[in-house]
Design a protein around this ligand. Structure first.
Ligand SMILES: *Cc1c(COP(=O)(O)O)cnc(C)c1O
Length: 433
């Protein structure tokens, strides 16, 4: 693959592939620009690449109307994403436009008066937020002519890739740590692609995939979170767009986001910034908070220590979907949390379980462990006086509790098991007061 820089500061030289408004890749460190292609690191400084756009011109009202008239999925934001204009007509899983639930019962328990919302991404096609990022990566894979879709995964991504590849008619071969939850393994395998368990943790899986990309064995493979990572990451912006649109084209005051690699958090910030730049929302301050499990809290540890680099950890937590010990976007997360007046915090596995059950009990939403981490951290930061209960707050639930049943199965069982008789029922003492 030839690497060509786009000369100087011209932004609109026609790219070789049609990915809609995507104009080039640009280095997040040195700003150097590259032609759109399956690249992820800057040829000059090895910094991460991200998609640069020729964003729509014209009035915000026009753009808002165009978006509102679009389909009820992420493709309503196609003018702001690296996808061809006819993306909605292609075979894909059409994720997104999940519910933003006003969580009044939970708000009462937590003492939040400014409005508390749960953005519930368990409603996506494979029941996690990962369908958003994969949908964008599939378009890049098609544009670059890849025939096999792949990834290194902590579980949810493997299922999302398997399903999206099945729908798009691509082959898939995905890699996971060998000891994931049963629900994640089954969901990754059921779509019929190849699933490979690696004897090691996620960071070992990721290292293996990087080697595979550089080897002839991996030729023609699109790894959604490695060589297609700049495109993949853009899918997370749709969370920012949806939340603002669902709030009536308004930024939330505070948002709490789980951190695995940190990509999602950085791209939600990018999405907010784009909406401000386009005049779609009023430019006012917002605070971004990051959530980790104590057993894998490299970013939280760095935040609390005042460091701007992240020291890798060896993960040990029930929140396996967030168990990345060496998060690629860690330093950018620290920067965003500090710049917006937010914070990064962590909670114990016990607090994760409590939070999963509290969300289920108060709002009828059964989140996976990542959702427990996010709500757990929200509670902790409210109690610490860091999150302001008088402001509008959005908490992400990024996955479905059915995928991590083990986390709550010991404490979520039948209240009683009885003979089918009224006497037995009366004796069980369950008659409602
Ligand atoms: C992958 C994942 C995240 C966050 O991922 P990032 O790597 O930080 O973008 C959050 N929640 C769930 C359930 C996930 O699967």
């Amino acid at each position: 693959m030839a690497v060509q820089t786009v000369a100087g500061n011209t932004t609109s030289s026609a790219p070789a592939v049609d990915l809609g408004p995507a104009a080039a890749l640009s280095c997040r460190e040195c700003g150097e620009r590259f032609e759109l292609g399956p690249l992820f690191a800057c040829a000059s400084c090895f910094g991460p690449l991200e998609v640069a756009y020729d964003l729509p011109t014209g009035s915000p009202e026009e753009l808002r109307k165009r978006i509102e008239a679009g389909p009820d999925n992420i493709w309503r934001y196609a003018p702001l994403l690296p996808v061809p204009a006819d993306v909605a007509e292609k075979p894909n899983l059409n994720p997104g436009f999940t519910k933003l639930v006003k969580a009044d019962n939970l708000a009462r328990e937590l003492g939040v008066t400014g409005g508390l919302y749960v953005k519930d991404d368990s409603g996506n096609p494979t029941h996690s937020f990962k369908d958003r990022v994969v949908a964008i990566a599939v378009e890049a894979a098609r544009a670059f002519g890849f025939t096999t879709l792949s990834c290194s995964s902590t579980g949810n991504l493997a299922g999302a890739v398997g399903a999206a590849a099945a729908r798009a008619g691509l082959r898939s071969c995905v890699f996971i740590p060998h000891d994931l939850e049963q629900g994640k393994v089954v969901m990754a395998a059921v779509y019929g692609g190849e699933l490979v368990g690696i004897e090691g943790n996620y960071d070992d899986v990721n290292r293996f995939c990087s080697e595979l990309i550089g080897d002839p064995l991996g030729e023609g493979w699109g790894f959604v979170n490695v060589n297609l990572r700049p495109y993949y990451g853009e899918g997370s912006k749709t969370l920012a767009y949806e939340i603002c649109e669902q709030l009536g084209w308004r930024l939330p005051d505070q948002i709490v986001i789980p951190i695995a690699s940190g990509s999602q958090l950085t791209k939600i910030d990018k999405g907010f910034q784009e909406l401000i730049k386009l005049g779609l929302v009023e430019d006012r301050p917002y605070r971004i908070f990051g959530a980790q499990a104590e057993g894998c809290s490299p970013v939280s540890a760095a935040f609390k220590a005042g460091h701007d680099v992240v020291r890798p950890q060896k993960p040990n937590t029930i929140a396996k979907s967030l168990a990345i010990g060496n998060p690629a976007d860690g330093p950018y997360v620290l920067d965003i949390a500090r710049r917006t007046g937010g914070a990064v915090e962590d909670v114990t596995d016990e607090q994760v379980v409590d939070a999963i059950k509290q969300l289920a009990r108060t709002e009828g939403i059964f989140g996976e462990t990542a959702g427990g981490v996010t709500l757990g951290v929200t509670k902790k930061l409210i109690e610490a006086g860091v999150i302001d209960p008088a402001l509008t707050t959005v908490v992400l639930n990024t996955g479905d509790g059915l995928k991590t049943l083990d986390a709550v199965s010991a404490t979520s069982q039948a209240t009683a098991t009885i003979k089918p008789s009224l006497d037995a029922f009366r004796a069980a003492g369950l008659v409602a007061g």
